[in-house]
Design a binder for this molecule. Structure first.
Ligand code: RFL
Ligand code: PHB
Length: 389
């Protein structure tokens, strides 16, 4: 098979890139290792920045998000006994959209099925080849036979554990990493959310987050030990622990119910530099990871592929400037989101190993945030998303 852009991975990065390229008249093939149902079964992000909302509109897949998504003009912070609402709209004139990654992915898959652009699911042994030449290709195995896709470019949208970044010679790439000493235990349930807005808490028992997918579906997270297993957390234990971490006046409004999904995610900050290797580009989690506290991962994936789609379209119009500057432009935005996600993570979690001094620093940071409009504006500006370069 021959195409213009071969895309590895059918997560939000790969599918959105495919949609943006198709809209620009550029043919592409998506090759994914898992089944479509498996991809849709992963419960992940829930908060979209305005830039991401606009990109989904631009890709022609924004209608259901506009109808069903919940626009939020603020969120609440709890630190010990103190509560503070961050007014996103008042500080920035912008809101965020609460609409699940699963639904974004479903909308993109639906659009792609109607576009006629090929998608190969359950592709085994995907291998990217000759990306340092003008004739890159990828191969995969399916149904017992070997297949090959020749392309002008390869987009590595295959997530943190993908094959693309791993195929780059180690001398050509530099990586930066911080691993946090805890995880997030997430639970999804068809119960009404405990509050109208998101609620992030730092408590003596650890971090908590009350989020949602709709007015009748809630998503909750608890800081947990990296040694914990999902089996250690039957629903009753989860609800009991969440109630203990919430302030009593909020806990009394909590509706519990059977979980639909429960999972544990480790927290990591990671960046690879550069993001371009000849005709191979990395985008989304393939090139960087943020801890989920700042709700930035999916949004960064969307802005990476927006820059990449523009750069590739420019190439076919005769200029390689966008391609040459993709890595630098994307990384400038990525590092700022890394900083914000790290900062918010360090403020809101329990770090017993940082001792009493560490806790005092967190308390002072929270005090400052509560008292300073400038600090709230800075937080709000980062949370709603920095402009796409
Ligand atoms: P994905 O979604 O991991 O998709 C990569 C795809 O590539 C496939 N793949 C391969 N395909 C072919 N060959 C191979 N060798 C392959 N190896 C892998 C995989 O099967 C997969 O389908 O990466 P992508 O597209 O870059 O998207 C990134 C986002 O998924 C991620 O950043 C977000 O989910 C992060 N995130 C959040 N982001 C936000 O913007 N807002 C949030 O509120 C938010 N909350 C979260 C999150 C991530 C979480 N977890 C579980 C890490 C909450 C959590 C708990
Ligand atoms: C979610 O709803 O899954 C979610 C929301 C906000 C975050 C992280 C995850 O910061």
């Amino acid at each position: 098979m021959r195409t213009q852009v071969a895309i590895v991975g059918a997560g939000p990065a790969g599918l959105l890139l495919g949609a943006l390229l198709h809209r620009a008249g550029i043919d592409n093939v998506v090759v994914e290792r898992r089944s479509a149902d498996h991809v849709l079964g992963r419960i992940r992000a829930g908060v979209l920045e305005q830039v991401t909302v606009d990109l989904l509109d631009e890709a022609g897949v924004g209608a259901r998000m506009r109808a069903e998504g919940l626009a939020h003009g603020g969120f609440e912070l709890l630190f010990g006994q103190r509560r503070k609402r961050i007014d996103l709209y008042k500080r920035t004139g912008k809101r965020v959209m609460v609409y699940g990654q699963t639904e974004v992915t479903r909308d993109l898959m639906h659009d792609r099925a109607g576009s006629g652009q090929p998608t190969v699911y359950l592709a085994e042994a995907v291998t990217v080849r000759d990306f340092d030449t003008a004739t890159p290709s990828l191969t995969y195995r399916k149904g017992g036979s070997e297949h090959r896709v020749d392309a002008d470019f390869i987009a590595g949208c295959d997530g943190f554990h993908g094959v693309c970044r791993a195929s780059v010679p180690t001398r050509a790439i530099r990586t930066f990493e911080k691993v946090y000493p805890f995880g997030w235990l997430g639970l999804l349930a068809d119960v009404p959310p405990v509050a109208d807005e998101l609620f992030y808490g730092h408590t003596e028992r650890g971090f908590l987050l009350c989020s949602m997918r709709s007015r009748s579906r809630s998503r909750y997270y608890l800081q947990c030990s990296l040694d914990d297993k999902v089996e250690d957390w039957p629903d009753e234990r989860f609800w009991g622990e969440l109630s203990r971490r919430l302030p009593p006046e909020v806990a009394e409004r909590l509706t519990t119910g059977p979980s639909i999904e429960k999972s544990i995610a480790p927290l990591r900050s990671f960046v690879a530099e550069p993001l371009r290797f000849g005709r191979l580009f990395l985008a989304g989690d393939a090139g960087h990871i943020v801890p989920p506290t700042g709700a930035k991962g999916l949004n960064l994936a969307a802005t990476d592929v927006a820059l990449l789609a523009r750069a590739i379209a420019e190439h076919y119009r005769g200029s390689d400037d966008g391609i040459d500057r993709y890595s630098e432009r994307a990384l400038a935005r990525i590092w700022k989101a890394e900083r914000f996600s790290w900062w918010f993570t360090m403020l809101m979690h329990r770090f017993p190993e940082n001792g009493a001094f560490g806790l005092r620093m967190q308390q002072a940071e929270f005090d400052y945030l509560c008292a300073s409009t400038a600090a709230q504006t800075s937080m709000a500006e980062n949370y709603v998303g920095l402009p796409l370069a």
